[in-house]
Design a protein around this ligand. Structure first.
Ligand code: CA
Length: 224
């Protein structure tokens, strides 16, 4: 599967150079030259990784980072920055960036970071899904709340897995029906409420914090 990388960089020459290098490595690349376009593209095109320049017209890279994270977008973000002071690095990481590369950088170094972050996501995507102290193993189909093993039925497991794949996002009932029960499901859509109730009972059996929140009139979200 080809990874899709979004590059947000206002220096057109540098952007072109990095775009060519990334394409040459086989990545699909989108480029934005200002902050607002970058943020919109990041939200709409669901890239696998974002390379984000810090100083951008419109909206800074740091601000884009914050806004993405505050809406639950967990894509790996590498910040490009000319600032090399420790406090700036901390600000970048505080804003939710995963990594930063200081300009001027060697393209080899950038490519190595890109590979490392994509590999990490792929590994994370495989078996274990986690949220707070809740973890779900897709291979063994075991679910733990902290150290407590939680026994789930097949459908409860599927529903929880679906929520865990989309942490912090509001998932509509329709989407849950389609994705977990399937398009051809003809039964009562109240079934979702019933299953959410079962899941909560089991996940909160020891009075643990609620993780599956109801978003009134819309659906559900996995949030602390
Ligand atoms: Ca810049």
């Amino acid at each position: 599967m080809t990874a899709h990388i979004l590059l947000v960089e206002d220096e057109v020459k540098l952007a072109r150079f990095v775009e060519l290098e990334l394409s040459y490595e086989g990545y699909k690349v989108s480029v934005a030259h200002d902050g607002l376009t970058g943020l919109t593209t990041a939200r709409e095109s669901h890239p696998d990784l974002v390379i984000l320049d810090w100083m951008l017209p419109g909206l800074s890279g740091l601000e884009i980072c914050r806004r993405l994270r505050s809406t639950g977008v967990m894509v790996p973000i590498i910040l490009l920055t000319a600032k090399d002071e420790v406090s700036d690095r901390v600000a970048g990481l505080d804003a939710g960036a995963d990594d930063y590369v200081v300009k001027p950088f060697s393209v080899e170094e950038l490519l190595a970071r890109v590979r490392a972050h994509l590999r990490r996501t792929q590994e994370a995507n495989t078996d274990i899904l986690q949220f707070g102290n809740l973890s779900l193993n897709r291979r063994t189909r075991e679910v733990f709340r902290g150290t407590r093993l939680v026994e789930l039925t097949a459908k409860e497991f599927d529903l929880l897995e679906y929520l865990l794949i989309h942490p912090r996002q509001v998932i509509t009932r329709d989407r849950i029906l389609e994705e977990v029960w399937g398009y051809d499901f003809m039964g009562d859509s109240n079934i979702i409420e019933v299953y959410i109730r079962y899941l909560r009972l089991k996940l909160e059996a020891n009075e643990e914090k609620r993780l599956i929140q109801t978003v009134r009139g819309v659906g559900y979200a996995l949030r602390e």
